[in-house]
Design a protein around this ligand. Structure first.
Ligand code: SF4
Length: 347
């Protein structure tokens, strides 16, 4: 494969080195190229003014932009959350969201076009699965979103919680994660990059091995009994017991905790019994719980619980010593809240 057909943006330094060696290009050119892309966020070859013409031509010429995605329409919420469409070269699109809060800027990125898990409350999963994103398309969402930062904003956190089940696209997600955390590039600390899964135990195990447990892990549980889980997360075949076992085996560093995501749905998983079952299920794990009252949307009849129910549920968890965080609804007016993203064909 010639260099112009390779997704250069997704190459980690050792792979870039190998590629240059095969093409008889000095190693320091690889360092320069990596620096342009991952530290300076410059992806247009025409702007990389310290690279020789021959090398630029080998990479595809001055017309080539190494970022494989572009931003489409952008929607800004009254709370300054921004949702943007990410256009892919084959005409498909995904979405990514920028969420500012208390001086931090978190970007929620997608890992697949569509999703096969089909969570009952999720708008993103309603259109089925189309394809995996490449590592460059995952990473490219960060590059494409930069032009929509407000003044003085800089990226502090990334969450793999957009469209898709990250562990159904494990290799590309890991590749993108490693580039986001590369100290010579974007350089976010592993604590600030959270990979979320609906409960793929093989993925949990692999991530533990591949990152020495450093990758922050969130589990979208949404249920404490098998019956409720089947109803809300029908596409996931692993049992709750298997998920807890996988988490127990994860080499979680000291003083770190797993994040448990729990979308509360009226009359489905919001009773006192559900709360007590959740306490029992998590009793042997170091966790913090993100409670998120359902974001209602046009593609589902499920409803958000009453405020008193949410408070009663929370009290049962906190009385048993669990840390509970109430996730604020962000970007609700632009369908950018959790579970509301949409991936479909670009118009
Ligand atoms: S919540 Fe996540 S895993 Fe579930 S259908 Fe939506 S995108 Fe897929």
């Amino acid at each position: 494969m010639s260099m112009e057909d390779i997704e250069i943006i997704s190459l980690e330094p050792d792979k870039l080195k190998k590629l240059l060696k095969e093409n008889a290009i000095p190693q320091y050119r690889g360092e320069q190229l990596f620096d342009w892309i991952h530290r300076r966020y410059v992806t247009k070859l025409s702007e990389m003014n310290n690279l020789p013409k021959d090398f630029i031509n080998l990479l595809g010429g001055t017309d080539r932009d190494l970022c494989p995605v572009t931003a489409g329409e952008v929607f800004t919420s009254s709370d300054k959350t921004r949702k943007m469409e990410i256009l892919l070269k084959d005409g498909l699109k995904v979405e990514t969201v920028l969420i500012p809060e208390n001086g931090k800027l978190t970007q929620c990125i997608s890992s697949q076009v569509g999703c096969s898990v089909g969570c009952e409350f999720c708008r993103s999963g309603k259109f089925g699965f189309k394809r995996n994103l490449t590592a460059g398309e995952i990473l490219g969402q960060i590059f494409a979103a930069r032009e929509f930062y407000f003044p003085d904003e800089h990226l502090t956190n990334v969450v793999f919680m957009g469209i898709g089940e990250p562990f159904h696209n494990y290799d590309n997600v890991l590749n993108a994660y490693q580039l986001i955390c590369n100290p010579k590039g974007i350089g976010l600390s592993s604590r600030k990059v959270t990979i979320s899964t609906a409960g793929i135990t093989k993925g949990i195990e692999k991530l533990g091995i591949d990152t020495d447990g450093k990758a922050a892990l969130a589990i979208s549980l949404h249920a404490a009994t098998e019956d409720v889980r089947k109803k809300l997360v029908p596409g996931m075949k692993t049992t709750l017991e298997e998920i807890v076992k996988a988490l127990k085996n994860y080499p979680l560093p000291q003083r770190r905790r797993f994040t448990i995501e729990y979308v509360m749905v009226k009359g489905v998983n919001d009773s006192d019994q559900d709360a007590r079952a959740l306490v029992r299920l998590l009793s042997t794990l170091r966790v913090k719980i993100n409670l998120l009252p359902l974001n209602e949307h046009d593609l589902s009849d499920l409803q958000t619980p009453d405020e008193e129910r949410v408070l009663a549920f929370t009290r049962i968890l906190t009385d048993k010593g669990l840390s509970v965080f109430m996730r604020k609804k962000r970007g609700n007016d632009i369908n950018a809240a959790c579970g509301q993203l949409l991936g479909e064909k670009s118009k």
